[in-house]
Design a protein around this ligand. Structure first.
Ligand SMILES: *Cc1c(COP(=O)(O)O)cnc(C)c1O
Length: 409
């Protein structure tokens, strides 16, 4: 007699994006002429750049010829891609060996799967609000108690509130934590941790033999040269941190699918030696995953070429131009807006103490603009609202114009 994994039943209903869809459809049915502008989902919209397209074509062409055809590749990812990543980090003064990189099909799978190499009684700590994958995958693994709908939290999990009082950078966990999930630049708040703020977490993790799981998916959106784009810019981080990153937001690969994780060999936990955690992730990936597409890895290599980096820099600058338009546009009409300086998300405070969902309805009905209610990312997101800069410039400008002209405050 088979039974389902009971932990799935504990998951709070995945309600955010379906509910946005439901309210949007309902509004559109009642107002068929309304041209809605979507600043909700964090999905890229601009095309891949010329060098990257050439790299992908090259990957296809290699498969057309017996001499260059390849089937399964190296389990950790193509060596030339891993070496290019090692050079990319070295260009920023970090020494990561090519065999400490694991190429994957994206940061979402890696950030969800990484927990499987740690003991089930490890206590995880999460930023609140956060990208939902970290919490949900730990629930599915069985690390949580039941969900409490009144507090919006799971028993046994540690939440690290990110509020305007702490500039959306969390304090250290309030109870002893074993797995610490950090995302900087942050989705949804757009906040970026400084070197000193990351160092506090690195020192904590080294003291406790805890592990930091650092999601750096938005690293290439950092403009300010003083802000760390990798946790390994902090001394000692290789002993305690796994970094997860992706070509999705960096190069527009959201639909192409390519990412990487760094698991340093010197990372150790309470019951492991040098190299153990690294070899467990190798084991996990070789058991469950058969490598990223070889075509797509050619595209990733092209991203890391001089021309590719230049072009992708222009791509991220384009979205950051959108972010500036949104943030300044909101501030001009007296709204409180955060983030958006080194991250493609604007995190605004809802006006007049409205709930996140009340503001969603107001923005939709008055300005015909769709955003994301902050409460969907965790209890501390209540009273906030996320606007994404991943749109075409003309749509962003029209949305801001409508917000300024039509939103009654
Ligand atoms: C978009 C996003 C990802 C997903 O990356 P993929 O590589 O497309 O799977 C991971 N983490 C955060 C915080 C994101 O916003």
């Amino acid at each position: 007699m088979a039974r389902v994994n009971e932990h799935y039943r504990k998951l709070a209903a995945g309600y955010l994006f379906p509910e946005i869809g439901r309210r949007t459809r309902e509004f559109q049915q009642q107002h068929p002429d309304a041209q809605l502008l979507r600043l909700g989902i964090g999905n890229t919209t601009e095309p891949l750049t010329p060098s990257v397209i050439a790299g992908l074509h090259n990957g296809v062409d290699q498969l057309a010829d017996r001499e260059t055809y390849r089937g399964y590749g190296d389990e950790q990812g193509d060596l030339d891609l891993r070496e290019a990543l090692a050079r990319f980090y070295k260009g920023r003064s970090m020494e990561i060996a090519s065999d400490e990189f694991f190429i994957s099909d994206g940061a979402k799978p890696d950030s969800g799967n990484i927990q499987s190499i740690f003991s089930l009684d490890s206590r995880p700590a999460f930023q609140d609000p956060a990208y939902p994958v970290y919490v949900d995958t730990n629930v599915i693994a069985g690390r949580s108690g039941p969900y409490n709908p009144d507090t919006g939290t799971y028993e046994r999990f540690i939440y690290m509130p990110c509020t305007k009082e702490n500039r959306f950078i969390p304090e250290l966990p309030s109870e002893p934590a074993d797995l610490i999930y950090l995302c900087s630049p942050n989705n949804p708040t757009g906040a970026v941790a400084t070197h000193d703020e990351l160092k506090r977490f690195v020192d904590y993790a080294r003291d406790r033999k805890a592990v930091i799981i650092f999601d750096a998916s938005y690293s290439e959106y950092i403009d300010d040269p003083d802000l760390p784009r990798s946790i390994y810019e902090v001394d000692g981080a290789k002993q305690c941190a796994i970094e997860i990153n992706s070509f999705s937001k960096f190069a527009g690969f959201t639909g192409v699918r390519l990412g990487w994780s760094v698991v340093p060999k010197e990372l150790t936990v309470a019951d492991s030696d040098f190299g153990t955690v690294h070899s467990l992730w190798f084991r996990r990936q070789t058991t469950f995953f058969n490598g990223a597409s070889n075509i797509v890895q050619r595209g990733g290599l092209a991203v890391l070429s001089d021309a590719g980096l230049q072009e992708c820099g222009e791509l991220t600058s384009y979205y950051m131009g959108n972010a500036r338009i949104i943030k300044e546009g909101l501030q001009e009409i007296g709204l409180q807006a955060y983030g958006g300086d080194n991250a493609p998300y604007i995190w605004m405070e809802t006006p007049g103490g409205m709930t996140s969902w009340e503001f969603f309805d107001k923005l939709l009905s008055e300005a015909w603009v769709i955003g994301t209610p902050g409460s969907g990312f965790g209890p501390s997101g209540e009273g906030y609202f996320r606007l994404s800069a991943f749109g075409h410039r003309e749509d962003i400008s029209r949305a801001v114009d409508r917000i300024q002209k039509r939103l009654t405050l």
